[in-house]
Write a protein that binds this ligand. Structure first.
Ligand code: A2R
Length: 340
């Protein structure tokens, strides 16, 4: 097994006797989504040589990294790619990541998030070396959190309240089985709500910011449509989240699960008020029952001690800064903003 050492390049690298002190090779599976672009940037900053995979219909903007097409439902294609690249570490991001879509299309969510993840783990297990692997799960896995259970630690029972969450629980459980059975160098995270510029507007903060930006530009009436405002969620800037992923790849213990979050739950109502306060336009709030999820979990808040003790990670970007930058992003990316 290769070990991570302090390399003359100043970054922690794998001790590879044959190649000398080589740059670490990172593979990000499912890098065309919201988190992928940020993780590519983080890993390049951390001294990795990065290969990012995407679905054939997707694009990944930027340069300085290698891009490959990969559908994780194609087990053989994963094996071929891994044998070709021989990455030192693998960040498995690919998923059907929307809770809303998981209710609409449970079959696809189960296929991608369980079967696809098992394809990845299983392809890794047949390699003739052991790359480190980080499986990305979700704070949603904890589901119905009883009073007194928050902030919620990794040892808490998981009681998933939606299809997406159930698939991520399965990924986590199967991941641990693979580690125990085959000695794989694989860790899991449970990432709580991450937010920031460029997130799809099916997620709450991006949705609110997009609506406000469109109202400001006169694209529709000054009414913002919202769902359940009483839920409390733990929001973290995506740039802090990917920094945690990179740190866990270096320091995480195989078979362990780490919460990644801010450690503070904030009511969606407060998020809305803060976003509205960043705008000078008078906006009326209208509750839209269509935006309620079939089952909503009242509070989700992470206990992040395990992550912090393992890696030294601390949140660097405040909620205020993230909301401002996300709103600014939508101000320049609404139709009229783009024309300007
Ligand atoms: O669904 P698409 O076409 O947007 O593509 C998503 C991709 N993906 C796949 N990649 C390979 N094989 C598949 N069968 C497959 N199905 C979907 O994974 C998308 O480009 C990427 C996931 O990105 P997002 O949906 O934007 O998720 P995000 O926010 O980047 O989250 C990354 C990870 C996910 O595992 C979440 O469940 C977790 O963090 O929170």
């Amino acid at each position: 097994m290769r070990t991570i050492i302090d390399c003359p390049c100043g970054k922690p690298c794998f001790d590879d006797k044959e190649k000398g002190y080589a740059m670490k090779r990172a593979l990000i599976i499912g890098a065309a989504g919201f988190v992928g672009g940020y993780l590519i940037r983080q890993l390049r900053e951390d001294g990795y040589q990065v290969t990012a995979t995407k679905m054939p219909h997707e694009t990944i903007p930027g340069d300085g990294f290698d891009v490959r097409d990969l559908d994780i439902l194609d087990r053989q294609a994963i094996e071929t790619l891994l044998n070709d690249l021989r990455p030192d570490c693998i960040f498995h991001l690919a998923a059907q990541s929307s809770v809303y879509l998981s209710w609409k299309n449970p079959g696809l969510t189960i296929d991608v998030n369980i079967k696809g993840s098992v394809n990845v783990m299983d392809a890794v297990r047949f390699l003739d070396y052991k790359p480190r692997v980080l499986l990305i799960g979700s704070g949603e896995e904890y589901g119905h959190i009883a009073s007194g259970e928050t902030p919620i630690a990794e040892t808490n029972a998981v009681r998933p309240g939606n299809i997406y969450a159930a698939t991520k629980v399965c990924q986590n459980l199967i991941g641990r089985i693979y580690v125990d059975a085959y000695g794989m160098e694989m860790m899991s995270v449970r990432a709580f709500n991450h937010i920031g510029p460029n997130q799809a507007p099916m997620f709450v903060v991006a949705d609110f910011c997009k609506q406000v930006a469109e109202i400001e530009q006169g694209l529709h009436e000054p009414v913002i449509h919202v769902g359940n405002l009483s839920a409390k969620r733990d929001f973290t800037d995506v740039r802090d989240v990917v920094r945690a992923y990179s740190m866990l790849m270096e320091k995480g213990v195989p078979g362990e699960t780490y919460n990644v979050g801010s450690g503070h739950a904030v009511e969606i109502k407060e998020i809305l008020e803060r976003i509205l306060a960043l705008s000078k336009t008078g906006i009326t709030v209208e509750v839209d029952p269509q935006k309620f999820r079939p089952v909503d979990v009242p509070i989700i808040e992470a206990d992040t001690r395990k992550l912090r003790e393992c890696t030294g990670w601390e949140r660097r970007i405040s909620l205020e800064q993230t909301l401002q930058e996300t709103l600014d992003y939508w101000r320049t990316n609404t139709v009229r903003g783009k024309e300007a």
